[in-house]
Design a protein around this ligand. Structure first.
Ligand SMILES: C[S@@+](CC[C@H](N)C(=O)[O-])C[C@H]1O[C@@H](n2cnc3c(N)ncnc32)[C@H](O)[C@@H]1O
Length: 320
């Protein structure tokens, strides 16, 4: 009503019909003006609502969606995004909420032979690693987290020279038993040990020329990954190879969506995904200790794996 009075006053003051000394402005005119104003006012309101709706749908909603995605990514404490940030800023490491070594041991003790059913996404990446690691030249191999001994069996059957020895460690009692049974026919060359939860390899410096680990780094905390790479450099002789495969971020639409979803589940309940999350392995590699020779991402059925082969260079660094 106040709006109408103000508008009416403006109209009267500017109206041709308003003459000094004889206003011809009557009650009927006022009624008509009020009606016109009401129509105009409601029409304007509808237009405003409509344009606000358009602006919300086409301008604000995409921004809101991006902000929401960015917030989710920022909450992501163990994914590659955070991992990359952790490399630059070690103070974020204490946010690790993945499986502890004893939780990982309990999980894999129960998981046991089911690990071998993961070949549908692991096999293609492992084949790629085998092609680029020159195992036929190896003299001594160490595998960290050997699981059921599947890779060891393939290495000893097909790739390693007769004189090459193989040694492995795993934190899970079940896995150690399974691997020992599987490799029993190479008892003279293959040795499987129960690993301690500390990232410490019981071997003298430069003992091996291949250090292999498949799908294990992706379940370690960022600080443990770095500690393991330092330890790997210690036990690998100069010129020896680091051969790693881990889950990673997808590069196609499907694999990006899968790795993103995987990381979200990991954030929510790490146990549901075996404690593994997508990593960016290359970002952990110290260029003073390793020279990357081969790096690839292999996707199978939407699951992406990072394959990394690096040569030991320089002198072993000590953990700080
Ligand atoms: C996803 S499975 C991979 C097994 C095997 N490398 C393969 O590709 O089939 C992870 C393995 O790492 C072992 N593991 C986890 N944390 C470990 C640690 N801190 N030290 C040694 N092994 C560990 C688990 O017991 C399990 O066997």
């Amino acid at each position: 009503m106040l709006d109408w009075l103000i508008t009416r006053s403006i109209l009267i003051l500017t109206s041709q019909r308003f003459k000094q000394g004889g206003a011809r402005y009557r009650l009927r005119d006022a009624g008509l003006d009020l009606l016109r104003f009401q129509i105009w006012f409601h029409a304007m309101n509808r237009c405003l609502d409509f344009s606000k709706g358009l602006a919300y749908a086409y301008a604000w909603r995409p921004i809101e969606f991006r902000l929401w995605c960015a917030r989710l990514t920022a909450c992501d404490s163990r994914t590659g995004t955070r991992a990359r940030r952790d490399v630059e800023n070690p103070t974020t490491q204490d946010r690790w909420r993945g499986l502890t070594p004893s939780e990982a041991r309990d999980f894999y003790d129960r998981f046991g032979e089911k690990q071998d059913r993961q070949g549908w996404y692991e096999d293609a990446a492992v084949r790629d690693l085998l092609v680029h690691s020159e195992f036929h030249r190896a003299t001594s191999v160490f595998e960290f987290g050997c699981g059921t001994g599947r890779l060891a069996e393939e290495l000893l059957t097909t790739h390693l020279p007769e004189e090459c020895c193989y040694r492995a460690g795993d934190i899970s009692v079940t896995m150690v038993q399974l691997a020992r049974e599987r490799l029993s026919r190479w008892s003279g060359r293959a040795e499987i040990e129960l690993a301690s939860p500390t990232i410490r390899i019981d071997a003298r410096d430069a003992r091996y020329d291949r250090f292999v680990s498949l799908y294990v780094l992706d379940l370690l905390s960022d600080s443990d990954i770095r500690a393991l790479l330092v330890e790997a450099r210690r036990v690998v002789s100069s010129g020896g190879r680091l051969c790693l495969v881990s889950l990673t971020w997808g590069q196609t639409m499907l694999s990006k969506a899968v790795s993103w979803g995987w990381a979200r589940i990991f954030d929510w309940r790490p146990r549901l995904v075996g404690g593994c999350r997508p990593l960016a392995l290359l970002s952990y590699l110290d260029p003073r200790a390793w020279k990357a020779d081969y790096h690839n991402t292999v996707s199978s059925f939407g699951m992406s794996s990072e394959v990394l082969v690096a040569t030991a260079v320089g002198r072993p660094t000590r953990e700080t």
